[in-house]
Write a protein that binds this ligand. Structure first.
Ligand code: IMP
Length: 444
């Protein structure tokens, strides 16, 4: 079977880009299938750093085809910006990059709505979105009557459609109590988006058909998840989530390729936890430990530059995400960041209203009351920069990785100890920790 997928198992930013870059060598096609310009992937390749948002990082390898599939919400200005940046550095995309004509388009009204509506959760909470118009664009997609897909931009009826939607949105904005944007100018928006459409024309196609042909021909496809499973719209920490299925369940719906074509699912975890934006995070450390992690891990958002909230590894959350995403094996990233701590904690259960549980709550109010139950493991003082094999890792670092594997019940096959490709330890699934095993009882 030709498909591999890489899924973040926390709240995003798990360093999936590095892993995808390594795996790309063994694949013919890399697919981005959900989310949009809210994601940020950093890849260090041949000594150069690349920051990508929507275009799959496979684009950096000339032999690889890349697909932006129909489940993505596409801001054409951002894609074109990214293409210009890549072309200026000598990366050729013609014939290699395909963008789905089914992808829904992010318009200026979506950016305005994102700004106006974040902070309007009932009860007064703030999601803390990336402000890229992601939620409003997905809302219009599901609502259908105000949606415009990339393929629509090439039809004569597009002008009238933009006029219809912009007029409707202008009416909504005038009813807004404060902070509404200047009225939208449909003719100007249509002209701008028509120009974008022309620039993108050589790349726009039916990517579902392309991918179905590819898997049937045995081409090896790598599905690159964006964000993390805990931000999944249906299965994450709702309402503090993104608007797509960012866990493993989204691969088929976002790409159009049925799950039967995927035979390897790799769950990516940081050796600790981070979160950007609002919402509960039981193991958050708003103290010196949090600062240690943030500074050593350079935990600032790739897209928004916001400082990330940092804390201990949460095995309750990670076990849930791994099960939800059908994960076969784990990649533990940024292990080096935990160096220099005397002790390291892992949350192995929650206590909610005095009851101990290993179950990740489905209701946000329960997660807000969850008190982490920690195990404490000895830390290590050595820097890991120069480590190149498992045997070189300090024994306490190895024990820490093994404990993560044990608590989640999946083997850890990749350990990353720095941004460079050479700073990656690949382990044999047969010998690296726990093979498939039954999950711990739900209330253990
Ligand atoms: P949105 O996706 O911009 O609507 O933001 C919704 C929530 O998801 C916010 O808490 C964001 O900080 C978070 N989020 C979205 N994309 C990412 C990402 O790539 N990494 C980490 N958090 C993200």
């Amino acid at each position: 079977m030709p498909g591999t997928c890489v899924i973040g198992l926390q709240w995003g930013d798990e360093a999936k880009g590095k892993l995808v870059d390594i795996l790309t060598e063994d694949h013919d096609i890399v697919v981005r299938y959900a989310g949009g310009a809210n994601a940020g992937h950093t890849v260090v390749s041949a000594g150069q750093t690349w920051k990508l948002s929507i275009i799959p990082s496979g684009i950096l390898r000339p032999a690889v085809d890349c697909v932006i599939a129909g489940g993505v919400v596409l801001d054409p200005a951002k894609v074109i910006d990214e293409m210009d940046g890549l072309e200026a550095r000598g990366v050729a995309m013609r014939g290699r990059l395909r963008i789905s004509d089914r992808a829904h388009v992010v318009f200026p009204w979506h950016l305005a709505e994102d700004r106006l509506l974040d902070g309007s959760l009932s009860g007064g909470g703030t999601i803390g979105t990336t402000g890229r118009g992601i939620g409003p664009c997905y809302r219009d997609k599901v609502g259908r009557s105000l949606a415009i897909r990339l393929g629509d931009l090439y039809r004569p009826a597009c002008r009238a459609r933009v006029e219809h939607v912009a007029t409707f949105k202008n009416r909504l904005f005038t009813a807004w109590p404060a902070g509404a944007p200047e009225p939208l100018d449909p003719a100007a928006i249509h002209a701008t988006y028509s120009a974008y459409a022309e620039r993108l024309r050589p790349y726009v196609t039916d990517t579902t058909a392309f991918l179905l042909d590819a898997v049937e021909q045995g081409r090896r496809v790598l599905f690159e998840g964006a964000q993390g499973a805990l931000l999944d719209i249906d299965h994450g920490t709702f309402p503090y989530v993104t608007s797509s299925n960012s866990s493993g369940v989204g691969v088929a719906s976002g790409s159009g390729v049925p799950g039967r074509w995927v035979d390897r699912v790799i769950g990516v975890l940081k050796a600790y936890s981070t979160r950007v934006g609002g919402g509960p995070m039981p193991t958050e450390q708003d103290n010196a430990t949090g600062v240690h992690i943030r500074e050593r891990g350079r935990e600032y958002g790739t897209v928004t530059k916001r400082p990330r909230r940092c804390g201990w590894f949460d095995a309750v959350a990670a076990r849930y995400s791994a099960r939800l995403s059908g994960v076969d094996e784990l990649a533990v990233m940024l292990l080096d960041v935990l160096g220099g701590l005397d002790e390291i904690r892992i949350c192995s259960a929650y206590e909610i209203d005095g009851q101990r549980t290993g179950r990740f709550p489905s209701q946000i109010e329960d997660l807000e009351r969850a008190v982490p139950v920690y195990e404490t493991l000895p830390g290590w003082r050595q820097e890991l920069d120069a480590v190149r094999s498992e045997g070189d890792l300090p024994i306490n670092a190895r024990r820490y990785v093994d404990r993560i594997s044990e608590l989640i019940g999946r083997p850890v096959t990749v350990v990353s100890i720095g941004p460079d490709r050479a700073q990656t330890i690949l382990r044999d699934p047969e010998t690296s920790g726990r093979p498939w095993q039954p999950q711990q009882p739900v209330n253990a």
